[in-house]
Design a protein around this ligand. Sequence first.
Ligand SMILES: [Zn+2]
Length: 265
Amino acid sequence: MTTTFFSRKSVKYSFGVLLLSILLLTTFLISFSKDVATVQVENQNIKVTQLSVDFANIYIIERDSKILMIDSGNPGHEKRIEALLDKQGINPNEINYLILTHGHLDHSGTASYFSEHYGIKTIGHIGDNNSFSLGERDDTCPTSSMATFMKSLKTQVKITPFIVDKLIDAELDLSVFGVRGKITPWPGHTKGSVIVQFDSYVFVGDLIAGEIFNPTQPMTHFFMCDLEDNKKKINTLLQRPDINTWFLGHFGPLTPIDITRFMYK
Ligand SMILES: [Zn+2]
């Protein structure tokens, strides 16, 4: 009898602690998350503006008289993204292309809205077309308990499907659109993941992430099903001497030196 009483009490106690931890963590994440726009690079060849909304990065690239957007944030964040664009003096009607690094909802979640409202042409890899055009969701693999918690928060979030204007299945030289740069398939995080390169800057989506409290410190992304393959893909990109900055889907940017240190620690 005593044992039963004791175990019930301990179950109640653990449930209370769990509930309190979830509440504290949610409150903390909400208060820590701010909408921020940062000009990361500005020279005669390129301007890179990073918009961060609820820890999801969206990049605006101004180059060769064109404006490109890389990734589009979470569904429901359309107005917050528009407010950041407005603050930066960027007119969404002047954005020519939206390149999607992959089909996860925190990267392509507002693509339907921006393409419909502003006529922005979307570009994505065919490997993630079921996510883009049908709104299907991959079964993601959390890499930490924090990621498992994050996954539980988003199970009900839905993405509005959309038709990708330019579906690619191989490297795409962006000079066809009048912009010096290229999109390269880099599958792993998803089947249709790509990286985008302009000069020495590469936009890697969710190949790797930055730490929440130390954004320029590399960490394994929250969701990755094949960690060995992920290491290989990061190492292959590290071999490229022409790249000196990695821009990420979450936090960052990172330098190849810091990533190398992280990979071999
Ligand atoms: Zn992702």
